[in-house]
Design a binder for this molecule. Sequence first.
Ligand SMILES: NC(=O)c1ccc[n+]([C@@H]2O[C@H](COP(=O)([O-])OP(=O)(O)OC[C@H]3O[C@@H](n4cnc5c(N)ncnc54)[C@H](O)[C@@H]3O)[C@@H](O)[C@H]2O)c1
Length: 308
Amino acid sequence: MKILVTGGAGFIGSNVVDAYIEAGHDVVVVDLPTCRRENVHPKAKLYLADIRSKDLADIFAEERPDVVNHHAAQKSVPKSVQDPELDADVNILGLLNILQNSVRVGVQKVIFISSGGALSGDSSIVPTPEDIDPIMISPYAISKYVSEKYLYFYHVTHGLRYTSLRYANVYGPRQVPEGESGVVPIFMANLLDGRPSTLRSYADMPRGTTRDYVYVGDVARANVLALDKGDNQALNIGSGIELYIEDIYHAMEDVVGVQIPLIRASERVGDVRRSVLDCTRAKRELGWEPRTDLREGLRKTYEYFRQA
Ligand SMILES: NC(=O)c1ccc[n+]([C@@H]2O[C@H](COP(=O)([O-])OP(=O)(O)OC[C@H]3O[C@@H](n4cnc5c(N)ncnc54)[C@H](O)[C@@H]3O)[C@@H](O)[C@H]2O)c1
């Protein structure tokens, strides 16, 4: 099968490309000229282009992929709050450019990447299933939600099949320790450099907020299974395990073999207090379950950061 992966030089997208190539597929990557090319598997063909650009039409016409896997995004929640127009431009108009070109060249299926955490907000149902009324507290969440509505429209109108994979907090090799990337790479970089990390928490939640952490290798496997399963629906992809941020930090201290006390600070405005996904639908529809427990995932992440 020929698969076009947008954002295939990024953290998760590049791991998905590796899994597709390992499963014997032909892979074409579309990513920005500023992307991390070193992440792209040598057997994948790389096009440097913006998903919003007119160049996409030529790429689709030339490659005629069977499946499009869409990981490219404006992925920062705070940036979406500061600049909702940019967020909608990349995440909504970029998706429409992909969908229009998909219909034009006869793509069979689009695998779209959504966010379970962003769409559940502070839901009172924990673990949160897919069919809650989403509470959206950022333009990022709104753009992911609207994207799923467009996918449904293209399915009923043009017969384009889709699966929306709603990720929990993904961690693992190639994640970058910068502001928006979640705590694992930031804590890991600090522990390796002997620097203290900051735990932001609500006064009544001293161990921090809770999150659902899923290893990127397991996420990549869900993308392989979604090639021919789980059509026309949204599926949560997470561990289903609720962890306090402080507990993750201590697990990382064990893996790295150092102990550095945390600096405690007040919460970030808008931080969701509890977040964990109910992933029973992915198990039923894809036959998918995470296989990598936190310790093993953190060990693999540590090996990557040590050698990077
Ligand atoms: N990291 C997580 O925990 C998480 C959780 C939920 C959802 N997601 C979603 O997963 C996807 C991948 O996230 P990631 O963490 O791997 O991010 P990432 O930044 O590592 O990867 C995104 C890639 O998309 C590319 N890109 C961005 N804008 C583009 C554009 N206009 N045209 C072409 N390419 C563009 C970037 O260059 C980058 O290589 C995103 O859709 C994100 O919203 C991530």
